[in-house]
Design a protein. Structure first.
Length: 400
């Protein structure tokens, strides 16, 4: 038989039972669709998370109290950083800037409006280290980093919340349970989300003002260290740990020193693990679909005993019958794979518009999903094809 004859027979068979053919490959369509779409969504989500981490700043090292078994398992410590730690770290060469920071949630009031937000105590160079930009006004006096002046800088969302058509720079608001009066000196440009944290939903005050007048505490919750050259991050991390050991002794184990690149790598590993789990679930659905195809093909073989007998009577060999049914299974799963790919790309385009994400469809995953669908047709179509080819002639003659 010519190859064309096989495909003509398969085409006629599919036309005779279009609904059965569709239901047979539905699980393959869903499986391929899931693999491709979930892979694309995973890549897009990973890109969003990594971009949000990069918004924190670049070439950063984080020094914070608490012991971490991993980047996602963090245990708070009863020992805190302090001004002595800052002085020690300032002596380390290769650092271009450093920002000690304390933070807490608080209610701020402006006129008749109240807003629950986060208050951050920082030093004047936080703009350069954290790579913030001013929308209007000015920052804290860089010539006097220990100023205790009652001034604050509003994050962009806080500014929008209080804005009523008048310039807020120069106006005053109240912060915290003590109702401390604070003069607004600047507004930050929009920074965006940092993973699950809104970097615009906060206000900044001088660290000394935060510690001495606002919340009466000399504790420092976090130190951002910005290095001059990224290649020196490992060395500077080691020097930071040495300084912590000198200051705290054995208690230095209760501090966590992480670089931004380590955070990105850890998030990448988490994303890859999540993607692998998704692909495994989708692969299982394809296998289940293959089992369904095998069952339907076996039913089809029983129903088409007469057709098989006629073909054998006109000279068709076992190999011809076996190849016909095997190709039928492969064509079905191949068509299911193609429909799954098309639907996944359409759904991905819709999600890209709806979520404003940059969707990326890995060509390798798309090709692999299609190849797997074809292989499932070969594997699960083999037994029905073999059975069709080996039906005894006497049994086929009874159907004639």
């Amino acid at each position: 038989m010519r190859s064309r004859d096989y495909y003509e027979i398969i085409g006629e068979t599919l036309k005779q039972n279009p609904l059965r053919s569709f239901l047979t490959v539905l699980s393959i369509i869903i499986g391929v669709f899931s693999i491709i779409l979930l892979s694309a969504v995973s890549h897009a989500a990973r890109g969003q998370v990594l971009a949000s981490v990069e918004k924190i700043g670049s070439k950063l090292i984080f020094v914070l109290p608490g012991k971490a078994n991993s980047i996602t398992q963090f245990r708070r410590s009863s020992i805190y950083l302090n001004s002595e730690t800052v002085k020690r770290l300032e002596r380390i060469p290769g650092i271009s800037g450093m920002v000690p920071q304390s933070a807490t949630s608080a209610t701020i009031s402006y006129k008749d409006k109240n807003l629950n937000t986060y208050v951050y105590g920082v030093t004047p160079n936080f703009l350069s280290v954290r790579e913030y930009k001013m929308l209007k006004g000015y920052s804290f006096d860089p010539g006097n980093p220990h100023t205790t002046e009652n001034v604050c800088i509003l994050g962009n969302n806080v500014y929008k919340e209080f804005y009523e058509g008048e310039d807020l720079v120069g106006k005053s608001l109240y912060i915290g349970p003590r109702g401390s009066l604070c003069r607004i000196i600047g507004i930050l440009a929009e920074k965006g989300q940092n993973m699950t944290v809104d970097q615009d939903d906060r206000i900044y005050v001088p660290l000394s003002y935060f510690q001495k007048k606002l919340f009466i505490s000399d504790e420092i919750g976090l130190i951002y260290v910005k290095v001059k050259e990224e290649k020196n991050i490992k060395l500077i991390k080691s020097l930071i740990k040495t300084e912590l050991e000198d200051q705290y002794g054995k208690d230095s184990e209760n501090f966590n020193v992480k670089s931004q690149s380590e955070l990105l790598e850890s998030l990448g590993v988490i994303s890859d693990t999540f993607t692998t789990l998704i692909l495994m679930v989708a692969l299982i659905s394809l296998i289940v679909g293959g089992i369904g195809i095998m069952n339907i093909m076996l039913i089809s073989v029983n129903e088409r005993t007469k057709e098989i007998g006629i073909r054998k009577s006109v000279g068709a060999q076992r190999s011809h019958i076996e190849l016909q049914f095997l190709l039928e299974a492969v064509v079905l799963t191949g068509l299911g794979g193609i429909f799954g790919i098309v639907l996944a790309y359409l759904a991905g385009g819709f999600l890209a518009l709806f979520l404003s994400w940059k969707m990326y469809f890995p060509p390798g995953i798309t090709a692999l999903a299609f190849i797997v669908s074809v292989i499932i047709g070969l594997v699960f179509g083999y037994f029905p094809a073999r059975r069709a080819a080996r039906i005894p002639p006497a049994e086929t003659l009874r159907e004639l």
